[in-house]
Write a protein of this length. Structure first.
Length: 75
């Protein structure tokens, strides 16, 4: 069975359908038993959906400053 590390390394190709059949089956088998990797796949899919959305979202008043401050403190 494929490891979590191998799955993470192959995730993009898996999502794009660019893996050979055998590795794809191994990844799907791993995803059926590994909650952490299943959550990773779901999260990446959601990020791609949100980032690919052409709409813009306005933050509630005051959140923009807090978000910038938070990001600045982490970088």
């Amino acid at each position: 069975m494929v490891s979590c590390k191998k799955l993470a390394q192959s995730l993009s190709a898996y999502m794009d359908g660019n893996l050979d059949h055998e590795l794809c089956c191994e990844i799907e088998k791993h995803l059926s038993v590994c909650r952490r990797c299943s959550v990773l796949l779901d999260s990446v899919r959601k990020v791609l959906i949100v980032s690919g959305d052409e709409r813009t979202f306005e933050l509630p008043m005051g959140n923009e400053d807090r978000l910038h401050a938070f990001l600045s403190s982490r970088m």
